[in-house]
Design a protein around this ligand. Structure first.
Ligand code: HEM
Ligand code: HEM
Length: 208
């Protein structure tokens, strides 16, 4: 059949393409502690929160009930690539792609939250604690008092900061790995289904 079906609502499409853009910006600006990095990171966290809500209350194919399939459905879909599956067709996400979506959302969330934590320890953002606010000017040398207690405090903060930065970096890179697999999956499924899934994510329509 060549019937066109409307699958991706405007929120899903807006979510996807602004996520692609801001993810690239956030990834490339990570090394310097710059405002663009922080704002693109906040934006991504907001997007992911909105997408999770939309997964519960959104349109038919955007809901988690159309994204999460059983392991046997995933295996059956993957077997299809070697000509062994049942050949069952899916209008929304296929079972393997669906789990990839969940993995990417979780990994993005962990990347954003660990970034927020690292930023908080540096004395900025919503997770900054009052003691961190005191440590920040101390670090910058605005307040000149130095006792061994404070030196120790400073040292602990540096270690904690480094720890969360490592976690943050790990999840940022892990997300990149998932995205690369996601892109391979999108092109493989496009070939299998003989349709342009990238175009569908732009127009909202898929062929039945
Ligand atoms: C979810 C999207 C995000 C991505 C892909 C991302 C990616 C990165 C990357 C690749 C680095 C460099 C790690 C390294 O080589 O050490 C980094 C550093 C950092 N990120 Fe993010 N990040 C994101 C969100 C956030 C958010 C929401 C915040 C805080 C509000 C944040 C705060 C930081 C901080 C404080 C650093 C350390 C910068 C420094 O070296 O001083 N990030 N991020
Ligand atoms: C330029 C490279 C990319 C292409 C061509 C692409 C393509 C697509 C396509 C075609 C879909 C729909 C899959 C389906 O029909 O079942 C999709 C969904 C998705 N992609 Fe991408 N993608 C790209 C980059 C990314 C990046 C960088 C991220 C995350 C950082 C991402 C996260 C997602 C998510 C979360 C969904 C699920 C959408 C939803 O249900 O709301 N993609 N992508």
């Amino acid at each position: 059949m060549n019937n066109k079906v409307y699958v991706w609502d405007p929120l899903v499409r807006f979510f996807h393409w602004t996520l692609v853009l801001t993810f690239i910006i956030a990834y490339l600006t990570g090394d310097e502690d710059n405002t663009l990095h922080i704002y693109s990171g906040y934006y991504i966290l907001g997007l992911v929160a909105l997408r999770i809500l939309w997964g519960v209350i959104g349109t038919r194919y955007a809901r988690f009930s159309h994204i999460i399939y059983s392991p046997s459905a995933v295996i059956d879909y993957l077997k299809g690539f070697i000509g062994m599956g049942s050949g069952k067709k899916y209008i929304g996400h296929n079972p393997a792609g669906g789990w990839m979506v969940i993995a990417m959302l979780i990994s993005l969330l962990l990347t954003g939250l660990s970034g927020l934590k690292a930023y908080g320890i540096e004395g900025h953002g919503p997770l900054a604690q009052s003691s961190d606010n005191l440590v920040a000017p101390l670090k910058q040398g605005f307040i000149k008092v130095s006792t061994s207690d404070e030196d120790e405090n400073d040292h602990e903060h540096d270690e904690e900061d480094e720890f969360w930065e490592e976690i943050h970096e790990f999840f940022a890179n892990f997300t990149v790995l998932l995205v690369l697999l996601h892109i391979v999956g999108v092109f493989a499924s496009s070939l299998k289904q003989r349709q342009n899934l990238v175009k569908s994510m732009w127009t909202g329509y898929k062929r039945e």
